[in-house]
Unconditional design. Structure first.
Length: 90
């Protein structure tokens, strides 16, 4: 799948400028990844939908939307930032 994005730089939402052939190739690659993941989770007896929900909850706790929107800081940097914000500013 990486080859679909190699040399493209930042790819805007909706893939403007991509040809139908490129979109079809990407779609097929994404389907391959999904099918591999589903098979692997079945072999490993991992409840993929449940662990995905668990991971979303964990990420929501680590990266509160009010603090992280528009930022790429690591989760432990937000706690420091939150402590530095004066009480009047919150």
């Amino acid at each position: 799948m990486c080859e679909c994005f190699q040399w493209k730089g930042e790819v805007p939402e909706g893939l403007p400028g991509w040809t139908d052939k490129e979109r079809t190739h990407l779609s097929q690659e994404l389907a391959d990844v999904l099918l591999y993941l589903l098979r692997l989770s079945h072999k490993c007896r991992v409840d993929l939908p449940q662990v995905a929900l668990n991971k979303l909850a964990l990420n929501a706790a680590k990266y509160p939307a009010a603090l992280v929107r528009g930022s790429s800081k690591k989760y432990n940097e937000y706690k420091e930032t939150a402590r530095q914000v004066p009480a009047a500013a919150t």
